[in-house]
Structure formats: structure tokens, C-alpha cells
Design a protein around this ligand. Sequence first.
Ligand code: GRF
Length: 195
Amino acid sequence: MTKTKVAVLISGRGSNMEALVRAAQDPACPFEIVLVVSNKPEAGGLATAQAAGVEAVAIGQREFAKDREAHERAINAVLRARGIQVVALAGYMRILTPFLVNAWEGRMLNIHPSLLPKYPGLDTHGRALQAGEVEAGCTVHLVTAGVDEGPVLGQARVSILPGDTEHSLSDRVLEQEHRLYVAVLAAFCRDLAGV
Ligand code: GRF
């Protein structure tokens, strides 16, 4: 089986990336994680990826000053050089410019810790608790120009329990994120390969 070559973009601990890397170790998995890129050189996920034998690259923003597109061009050059077919954003905490969004149109996925279209942006769990929601969850969607706005590929739901805090809720949602991202990316890559 030819596996789809996936790159994961992170900014921090990279637990979703790690879930994708682990899933990809199954010979039946339709994708391989070829590369992990972080915009933060200090991201913990870089060491996690390396420990799993995955190439991990930091492309920091500092040297590009305020030129966000130049930073993205540097990232894109590495993605193209490695023959990447699909990009998975996983806790990549920088809003993309149209350059990278357009370059990967239809081939870039993101995971967001809410049931989109509810609670795009930051502090999703705090806002869901504040609003008295009875359920929360996570969404994998295609990346388009609007932040957290692209077509939904899959969602997982989590009940909000009495006494839940942002911490307890985000822990439970995160477990579902790991499962959902693996399942949606696998289905996406099978579709792409026409199998
Ligand atoms: C996750 O909650 C993800 O949904 C959000 O940022 C968090 C990243 O966590 N976009 P991790 O780095 O994957 O552990």
C-alpha cells in the first residue's frame, strides 16, 4: 500500500501529532507522518517526534520579523521538498495567510477543540462552560481563509458533567481529539488514494 505523506504543523506539546504518529505505525494505516514542523523552536512536540523517528524541524518566526508570508514560504519549501501530500495542523497557533491556505487548498486539515461552528478561536472550553452548555467536543475541518471556518470532516461529542472545570473538560475532549483526528485523517487519505 502506498501511504499518503503527511506533515504535521505544531506549536506546543504535540499530543495530537503524537497520536497521529502512533497510528501511522500500524502497517494498515493509510498515511505516514513524514515531517513535523513547529513555528516555536521550544515546542515540546519536536522532541516527541524525533524520539519516534520522525523528522522534526523548527522554523521560527523571529528571523522573518513581521513578514508572515515569508515565514510560510520557508515552511512550504520544506513541505514540498519532502513530497508532502497532506498537511495536518495540530495545535498550530498562528493564523495562516492566504499564501499557505491557497497552496494547500483541499489538502490541509485542522483540529479544533469545540463543536464548530460554536466557539471558534481561543478559550473554547471556558466559553462553553460559561454559556452553560451540556455538551462540548472537537472538530476536524478543512482549512480555508476564515479561522476555524472550513468544511467539517468529523466531530466527536463529550458530555459536560456537573463540576467540570476547563481542565477536566479539556482532558476529556483531548482524548476524543486524538481518536477523531486519526479516524478522519485516515478516511481522508483513503479517499485521496481512491481506496
Ligand atoms: C488541541 O486542543 C487542539 O485541538 C488545539 O490546540 C490543542 C493542541 O494540543 N488546536 P496538542 O499540542 O495537540 O497537545
